[in-house]
Write a protein that binds this ligand. Structure first.
Ligand SMILES: Nc1nc2c(ncn2[C@@H]2O[C@H](COP(=O)(O)OP(=O)(O)OP(=O)(O)O)[C@@H](O)[C@H]2O)c(=O)[nH]1
Ligand SMILES: [Mg+2]
Length: 458
């Protein structure tokens, strides 16, 4: 694909479909010249009034026909999104009109932008690094406000600064070791302890970052919460009550749900993927058996479990089987059907599961559904400290892990071999990985991978 920076690129930057306004954006050396051809300003000349909304008309310059009225705004380089000359033309949000504006722009010499190409240029011109570019896309695609906040912080450079800080520490450490190699007669022990301490410190810091990916993934993809329980306890009824729609089929007959259904569900800014599945029973029917096996696999992988019990009946072996089988997971007990006469022995169940959060509800009548939602957030959502950095991408996690592996190896060499040369060599390996992480080292594949995920026009 042609990504030449000589080209002036053009694209619709607002979402497809009809809207109040639509924006066509141009970036590159000819941005203002091309824009001026397709848009006729009425009074003020944008060249003399940068960053000012200039009223005018979209013009079919071939037919000398006005197609719409709107505003043009000129952002001269380098004070623009891409660090190049940028022009934004605000028109009415009509897909037909916006497509025509782009067609005219191309006629006048622009090239249609590839997905993410505006942001790619911002990165190539050094306005942002690759972590910030990823954050821009994350921000646009954020599924919850919590994630949007983290992505915005990363766009503002929080994670990049943290990485820069790690780089400084690595460079300092290398300098220390190299001095030690050059002047071996100096105080040997002091240097050794210092090197060890900084290595340990770096390893702990990077370890924390790697660990944060768990939370990052939960933020990006949502927490998977499975509804687990015997047949007929009211899982599907609760699923529907939480989603506030009749999504799953509910019947009085046990074994209604045979496969599983997954739906996204946002509560207090936390994204959850709720999974309703086949109820557990001493399975008879082969289809049911398959459903149960799949369900248990899913429960094993879930971030949290709602264990649902029918409190209008006495507890059974099957209830205890489920309670015991998933003891290692984050879970909470839901005593359902609190509108009926209560037969379950709650004390017995809670005693055998000390400390487990629980709630009594009626999925059918909608009793205690809101408190259940809050309890779910408190029980399942990872707590993220405001100042903590969270890694949202597998790519970033893999590179941080790689750096940490080199540092761990270095520490091991330091402790076993006392060979500074080998230690230094291992630590030096970290530098190019840092470069990949921030995007200082540019590889075509990685760039395409990252920017192809963007929308056109961003
Ligand atoms: N009284 C009362 N009945 C309920 C409540 N929740 C569910 N039910 C009834 O219990 C029966 C089974 O409900 P479902 O939601 O289909 O149960 P399930 O756990 O999904 O069942 P399977 O899919 O067969 O495993 C239906 O007749 C529901 O109307 C409740 O809170 N109170
Ligand atoms: Mg069901």
């Amino acid at each position: 694909m042609n990504y030449s920076l000589e080209d002036t690129i053009i694209a619709i930057s607002t979402p497809s479909g009809q809207g109040g306004i639509g924006i066509v954006r141009l970036s590159g050396p000819q941005a203002l010249a091309i824009a001026s051809k397709i848009f006729q300003v009425r009074e003020i000349n944008p060249a003399n009034h940068p960053r000012t909304m200039c009223f005018g008309y979209l013009l079919d310059f071939e037919k000398q026909e006005r197609l719409d009225a709107g505003y043009l705004c000129y952002f001269p380089a380098p004070n623009s999104y891409t660090k190049e000359d940028v022009v934004e033309i605000n028109l009415h949000g009509s897909p037909v009109l916006l497509a025509e504006a782009v067609r005219l722009g191309i006629k006048a010499g622009a090239r249609l932008a590839h997905p993410g190409e505006f942001t790619l240029r911002a990165y190539l011109h050094g306005r942002i690094d690759i972590i910030q570019a990823e954050a821009i896309n994350d921000l646009i695609r954020a599924a919850s406000l919590d994630q949007a906040k983290i992505s915005f912080r990363q766009l503002e450079g929080s994670l990049s600064r943290k990485i820069a800080n790690i780089r400084d520490q690595v460079v300092e450490l290398l300098a220390l070791i190299e001095t030690k190699i050059e002047f071996p007669e100096e105080d040997l022990n002091l240097g050794h302890e210092q090197i060890k301490a900084s290595l340990q410190n770096l390893i702990a810091n990077l370890g924390k970052l790697v660990h944060s990916y768990e939370q990052g993934r939960a933020l990006l993809e949502g927490l998977t919460i499975a509804l687990l329980g015997k047949t007929n306890v009211g899982k599907s009824t609760l699923f529907n009550a939480l989603l506030e729609e009749e999504r799953a089929i509910v019947t009085p007959y046990p074994g209604t749900t045979r496969d599983f259904i997954r739906e996204n569900f946002l509560v207090d800014g936390v994204l959850m993927r709720l999974v309703d599945m086949a109820g557990f029973s001493q399975a008879q029917h082969p289809v049911e058996e398959e459903g149960i096996a799949r369900g248990q696999k899913l429960a094993d992988k879930a971030d949290g479990l709602l264990i649902i019990l029918d409190s209008s009946r006495e507890e059974t072996e099957e209830d205890f089987y489920l309670l015991n089988k998933f003891k290692h997971k984050k879970r909470l007990i839901v005593f359902n059907k609190c509108d009926l006469e209560q037969k379950i022995n709650k004390e017995k169940i809670l005693e055998s599961n000390p400390g487990i959060p629980f709630i009594e509800i009626s999925a059918l009548k909608g009793t205690n559904i809101e408190p259940l939602k809050s309890l779910m957030v408190r029980t399942f959502s990872p707590t993220i400290e405001k100042q903590e950095e969270v890694i949202l991408h597998e790519r970033q996690k893999a590179l941080v892990e790689k750096m940490n592996d080199h540092l761990k190896k270095a520490l091991e060499l330091l402790e076993t071999k006392y060979s500074e040369e080998l230690v230094a060599e291992e630590i030096r390996e970290v530098i190019p990985v840092l470069g990949q992480l921030t995007g200082e080292i540019k590889t075509q594949e990685v760039l395409e991978e990252i920017f192809n995920r963007f929308c056109i026009g961003k």
